[in-house]
Write a protein of this length. Structure first.
Length: 280
């Protein structure tokens, strides 16, 4: 017997688990009436909401036609916690939640830190966007610190040359590195207006930027999950290995986590190497 989608009323073949038109789950409709599936009229969306799939703890087992088992298979690590947050966002109509890993990573590593989390969760578009943002911030900070970092690099190079030339007195005598007033020169850090700009930029990136990204990270993840699950439904929804394909397309990736860390280390070292290159 045909199945009728509760959302768009499309007629689907009996073996289909998801609507071929809109992708809505058809499996929770299997309430039998005299041994047969219900009629299209009995699949009214309003009626469905009243008797929506509800688990033993009173929490709905589907979000906008996406079943809990599908979402858990896609989310992978910490799936129950993330699913509960998705539910709260969905039923409150809010796009705001809170993701501690994103906030802490951003607080310590800037935009590169939040990019690492998105790479880990296989959300490549936002990850790349954050890498670009982090690179721009790093470039500005390198420019603000450039003159002082060049002087710092020259001092290090001079010390190394003194060691290899056997002139250890210059390296061992700290007075040689003091200014006319007997104070150690402030190298590696901007001063005056540049110092203020650098501090504001760092705070904006790590704290303000981290807080904003942490508030919206799970909304981005929820939207990403919906898109990927519907995409896998179209390809493998009526196959026995459907949930397995969801776990492969979603979940976490240690390899992508490593890639995010490598990008951060490489770009940070590049920014540090530029002043050294000009100091040689």
């Amino acid at each position: 017997m045909k199945k009728f989608c509760p959302e768009c009323k499309t007629e689907n073949e009996e073996q289909f688990n998801f609507c071929k038109n809109c992708g809505t789950s058809l499996t929770f409709q299997k309430e039998k009436l005299n041994g047969d599936f219900n009629t299209p009229e009995q699949f009214d969306p309003a009626a469905q909401k009243k008797s929506n799939n509800v688990s033993g703890n009173g929490m709905p087992d589907e979000i906008k036609g996406i079943e809990k088992r599908e979402m858990l298979a896609f989310l992978g690590k910490d799936s129950d916690k993330i699913y509960d947050k998705f539910l709260k966002m969905e039923y409150s109509g809010s796009k705001i939640s809170w993701c501690w890993p994103v906030f802490l990573l951003t607080a310590f590593l800037g935009f590169f830190g939040s990019a690492i989390w998105f790479f880990y969760r296989k959300m490549f578009k936002p990850a790349i966007a954050l890498v670009i943002a982090g690179t721009l911030v790093l470039g500005v900070q390198t420019a603000l610190n450039f003159d002082n970092n060049v002087e710092a690099a020259k001092g290090v190079i001079s010390s190394i040359e003194s060691i290899f030339s056997g002139n250890f007195d210059e390296v061992a005598n700290p007075e040689l590195f003091l200014d006319e007033e007997g104070n150690a020169p402030a190298v590696g850090e901007p001063t005056g207006v540049l110092a203020l700009i650098s501090e504001i930029l760092d705070t904006a990136e790590t704290l303000i930027g981290g807080a904003v990204i942490a508030m919206f990270a799970l909304h981005i993840y929820k939207k990403h999950a919906f898109e990927k699950i519907k995409e896998q439904r179209e390809k493998h929804g009526d196959t026995p290995y459907y949930l397995y394909t969801l776990s492969l397309s979603g979940g976490t990736s240690g390899g992508m986590l490593a890639l995010g860390i490598i990008i951060f280390v490489a770009l940070s070292n590049l920014a540090s190497a530029i002043p050294t290159f000009f100091a040689i």
